[in-house]
Design a protein around this ligand. Structure first.
Ligand code: BTN
Length: 330
């Protein structure tokens, strides 16, 4: 019986008022028995909610966990957003991107979001592992079905980087920037990354999965050794734990905005904002591609998001994929 109660509906009621709400009132609003509510409250407590219970007064929500899918759903449900109209949550999963690709292949709606507390096979760009311990970070994949040709797929990556950087800047004082193509950076340390994967034929993208990994409450001491010197988290930067719920909501709202703009007005606004948030352009960089390594000045990006590099012999080279390292002096 308590399974009939949707977590988000119960949380919404509990959050209406900072005072107690009676079991009878909840039962009336949700059309279920008081016993069913009591069982559901017990389950919510197990997943990190603190709910005061009084025989005479009812229930009072005093604390939500820092990752509350119910609150994400509630924040987006009335907005009519495409991004986040379905949100699926998993405690442990191989990779949110892998599952999102499977679902996308089975016609699930555009805007479906998959979030995991823990990934056992988190994947990064260029075949790397993305360390995904539980309890601290955001691992999330969004399915989109844009009417774009595959040549323009990199715009989706640039757009996702813009959305993440904008969300972090809104919610914290951290001066994040974007390192080409899609690293979310705090000076020379990586706060997050984006892995875009897609299925397409010659003419059009059938679906794309926008995978976002963002370090929120990971303490430096808990970072795997291989990334300790290179990575950071919101908590390491500000000294305070942050609400993953708020970051997810803000990223999804920003994505809604930038995705609609991309489809409506084309690439120009996304590229303009990417350039504004980027720390790469104008700097001396070394770019490692699969086969080569080039050092030069990053002059800009072209219409498809490729990096334009001015080499020491004054020729330019356009690079579509690689890892950028900033030169120390610049
Ligand atoms: C990078 O290498 O910078 C990209 C990292 C992307 C990691 C995210 S976490 C959620 C999603 N699922 C994955 O397996 N990878 C992406």
């Amino acid at each position: 019986m308590h399974d009939k109660i949707k977590n988000e509906e119960l949380i919404k009621l509990l959050k209406l008022d900072s005072d107690f709400i009676s079991g009878a009132e909840i039962a009336r609003a949700l059309g279920v028995t008081r016993a069913a509510i009591w069982k559901k409250i017990k389950l919510l407590k197990k997943s990190g909610y603190r709910i005061e219970t009084s025989y005479s007064k009812g229930y009072r929500l005093t604390h939500s966990p820092d990752l509350s899918i119910e609150e994400v759903r509630n924040a987006l449900s009335d907005s009519g957003q495409v991004i986040g109209r379905e949100i699926l949550f998993f405690d442990t999963i191989g990779s949110t991107n892998t599952l999102a690709s499977e679902y996308a292949g089975k016609d699930c709606p555009e805007g479906t979001v998959i979030i995991a507390e823990h990934q056992t096979g988190g994947r990064g760009r260029r075949g790397r592992v993305w360390a995904s311990p539980p309890g601290a970070n955001i691992y999330m994949s969004i399915i989109v079905r844009p009417s774009l040709c595959p040549r323009d797929a990199s715009l989706l990556t640039l757009m996702t980087a813009v959305a993440c950087a904008a969300a972090v800047r809104k919610l914290s004082p951290i001066p994040v920037s974007i390192k080409w193509p899609n690293d979310i950076m705090v000076t020379d340390k990586k706060l997050g990354g984006i892995l875009t994967e897609m299925k397409a034929d010659m003419e059009r993208i059938s679906y794309a999965v926008l995978g976002i990994g963002l370090n929120i409450n990971l303490d430096r001491a808990d970072m795997p050794d291989e990334i300790k010197a290179l990575a950071t988290s919101v908590k390491s930067e500000t000294g305070n734990a942050a609400s993953r719920t708020s970051f997810i909501i803000e990223i999804l709202k920003e994505l809604e905005h930038w995705y609609a703009l991309l489809l409506r007005e084309g690439r120009a606004p996304v590229i303009k904002e990417w350039l504004r948030l980027s720390s790469t352009i104008g700097r001396t960089v070394t770019v490692s591609t699969n086969a080569d390594r080039f050092t030069g000045i990053a002059e800009g990006i072209d219409d498809e998001g490729m990096l334009i590099l001015r080499l020491p012999d004054q020729s330019t080279r356009t690079i579509n994929s690689g890892d950028v390292v900033y030169a120390r002096s610049s």
